[in-house]
Ligand binder design. Structure first.
Ligand SMILES: [Fe+2]
Length: 343
């Protein structure tokens, strides 16, 4: 396969613009933990986590370096903080110049080879010392299938199966870094799960633009300058008195300097071949629907020899699909023993 295109923007905004993003981040005040979004309208195998694929892989492999740790510690490592700066027309004051930055639009055009780029989401992600993000691909979207309607693992399965490419909405993701924390490099697999990973430092005022729905990626551990607190959903990260505090209700659990916390901003844009494609999305004329999606996957599994007889119950069917289609990169074997000893 050819390498996926990854555009690096360095510098991204320039000194003044980058400083403004840091002030915006701090001025936003508080960030919630990235709890699971269980709001999809159609229930299918509700016993599975939304990102069952990535969570199970992380616990099974111990992440990119195969570190073996208590699942509760692994959960705290990945329970990072997020808030939304823009979602469709709901745009936080001050984020517009970033959202519509010409360099992002150009890079997105190059990533997907599509000229019509429409930014729609900006998220802020904050990781404290000792946190990391397990390797995953993002939740893709299809005409008629998105995270508001269907479980996230199903969209991931759909994309990795390759069976629904004609319906996939191309999304370019920009990941921008502001601040001066140590560690927390982006690890990504531009040559697919079998290829070697590359890493990119989370350098102040730079960004990478790529198709994160297709390219596996994760975040290496942020320098563990302080012990990792037992972070759980419901906790908050607040900017107070010139630094960051993790609070569990009123109780302060940890305190960090500005430069210990990793701040990145995720930018997402739809990329269209032309206005006709944009109109097709808006008209919902050829939207996929759940019964057809499952029939197509079932037929493919039978062809591959993975299924005979009746279709299993939803949860078992889901696990079979995740196992068959979502092939994660393997941990790096050479690094495993040393990393385990030093972690
Ligand atoms: Fe991601």
């Amino acid at each position: 396969m050819t390498s996926a295109r990854v555009e690096i923007l360095d510098p991204l905004l320039g000194a003044e613009g980058a400083e403004a993003m840091l002030r915006l981040c701090e001025g936003f005040g508080g960030y919630g933990s990235y709890a699971e979004d269980k709001t999809n309208a159609v229930e299918l195998a509700p016993e599975l986590a939304q990102r069952h694929d990535a969570a199970v892989n992380f616990v099974r492999t111990g992440g990119r370096f195969g570190r073996r740790e208590d699942p509760r510690v692994l959960a705290a490592r990945t329970n990072y903080f997020r808030e939304t700066y823009a979602y469709d027309d709901d745009v936080h004051e001050g984020i517009s110049p970033f959202m519509h930055h010409e360099a992002f639009l150009d890079a997105a055009r190059r990533v997907h080879g599509r000229p019509l780029v429409v930014p729609n989401i900006v998220y802020a992600n904050l990781l404290v010392p000792g946190q990391e993000l397990s390797v995953h691909t993002d939740v893709p979207e299809f005409r008629g299938a998105n995270r508001k309607r269907l479980p996230q693992w199903l969209m991931v399965v759909m994309h990795h199966s390759g069976l629904f490419d004609a319906w996939r909405r191309r999304i370019a993701t920009g990941i921008a870094y502001f601040g001066r924390c140590e560690g927390g490099r982006l690890a990504y697999y531009p040559d697919g799960a079998e290829g070697a990973p590359r890493t990119l430092a989370a350098k102040h005022d730079t960004a990478a633009v790529l198709d994160t729905d297709s390219v596996f990626h994760g975040v290496d551990r942020v320098a563990e300058t302080k012990p990792l607190p037992p972070l759980r959903p419901g906790m908050r990260l607040l900017f107070e008195d010139g630094g960051w505090t993790v609070r569990d209700g009123e109780k302060a659990l940890a305190r960090y300097d500005r430069d210990e916390v990793r701040f990145s901003v995720s930018w997402k844009a739809y990329c269209y071949a032309d206005e006709a494609e944009q109109r097709l999305v808006e008209s919902h004329a050829d939207d996929l629907a759940l019964p057809g999606i499952l029939e197509r996957l079932e037929a493919d599994l039978r062809e591959r020899g993975r299924l005979a007889g009746e279709r299993p119950a939803d949860a078992d069917f889901a696990l079979l699909m995740i196992d068959e289609y979502v092939r994660f990169p393997q941990p790096e074997p050479a690094a495993a023993p040393a990393a385990a000893a030093s972690s």
